[in-house]
Design a protein around this ligand. Structure first.
Ligand code: ATP
Ligand code: MG
Length: 268
């Protein structure tokens, strides 16, 4: 269980990016965080693993208050939070396998990964994960030889090899074509279901979020303005989140896209 308690962030510039956000996310729940640019979505995700230091409020993950941890304990806690980024953040010159294995070291330890000091059990687990994300045949390929969809699969495997208690995902599909985006969202959500893993996914594509998640949280100006099931998002609530626009088309698009064909599970 993740509990955000009055989580507030004011940047040094004076920007109040999060205003006393209260959110509880139970184990196994996948939440899409939507909202206009600048709403505070990335800030929220980064305050959880303290890539950004919250100004006030609490972040409780499975009974541990993360905002109070010293640097050593924070490093330990971060290893249990898998992070997946839009820009993939792979080490270009390393192979797919090495990139996945680097997840074992948390956010530091590049040199240990460079020297390839991994126990056999970690290598076996990396193979299993690569198989699961559909990339076992590419273990020896260099990261810079992969497509965007393949790179994101590596990022997912790398996050999962950390054996995370929580996945933090920032715009995983922003650089991908629509079909690959769906495959990646489906993969993330399936993996969370398999592992009873909670996730927060920042996403701009509302229709895509609605197709795969159980819960949508809408942020605007650093405040939660919607929190509920995806099918209860109406043009009015979208206006509350994003401001005035014609939202009918977005909602219709979801209805059309609900029919998903099996071959779409194939690897991009
Ligand atoms: N490092 C920073 N220093 C100062 N202000 C920042 C910093 N990062 C973000 N902000 C401000 O905080 C607010 C929230 O930004 P954030 O990046 O969290 O939004 P977002 O919802 O992720 O937007 P986007 O959809 O464009 O990624 C914005 O007003 C932004 O300008
Ligand atoms: Mg962002």
């Amino acid at each position: 269980m993740l509990k955000l308690n009055q989580l507030t962030k004011r940047y040094a510039t004076g920007d109040l990016a999060l205003k006393a956000v209260d959110v509880e996310i139970p184990k196994g729940q996948v939440v899409a965080l939507i909202g206009p640019s600048g709403a505070g979505k990335s800030t929220l995700i980064r305050c959880i693993n303290r890539l950004v230091e919250p100004t006030s409020g609490g972040v409780d993950l499975n009974g541990k208050e993360l905002t109070k941890l010293g640097s050593g304990a924070l490093r330990q806690a971060r290893r249990r939070m898998g992070m997946i980024f839009q820009e993939y953040a792979l080490v270009e010159r390393l192979t797919v396998m090495e990139n996945v294995l680097s997840g074992r070291l948390g956010y530091v330890g590049f040199w240990r990964s460079f020297l390839r000091r991994y126990p056999q059990s970690a290598v076996d687990e990396a193979f299993r994960l690569l198989e699961r994300v559909g990339l076992d045949h590419m273990a020896d390929k260099r990261a810079d030889e992969l497509s965007g969809g393949q790179r994101q699969r590596v990022g997912i495997a790398r996050a999962l090899i950390q054996d995370p208690e929580l996945l933090l995902v920032d715009e995983p599909t922003a650089s991908l074509d629509p079909k690959t985006s769906r495959q990646i969202m489906r993969l993330i959500c399936e993996l969370c279901a398999e592992r009873d893993l909670a996730a927060i996914i920042n996403i701009h594509d509302v229709a895509l979020a609605q197709m795969f998640v159980q819960r949508v949280i809408g942020l605007r100006f650093g405040e939660v303005v919607y929190d509920g099931p995806p099918n209860e998002l109406t043009p009015d609530t979208l206006t509350q989140i994003y401001g005035e626009e014609d939202w009918e088309a977005t909602i219709e698009k979801v209805d059309e896209e609900e029919v998903v064909t099996p071959e779409e599970g194939a690897v991009a």
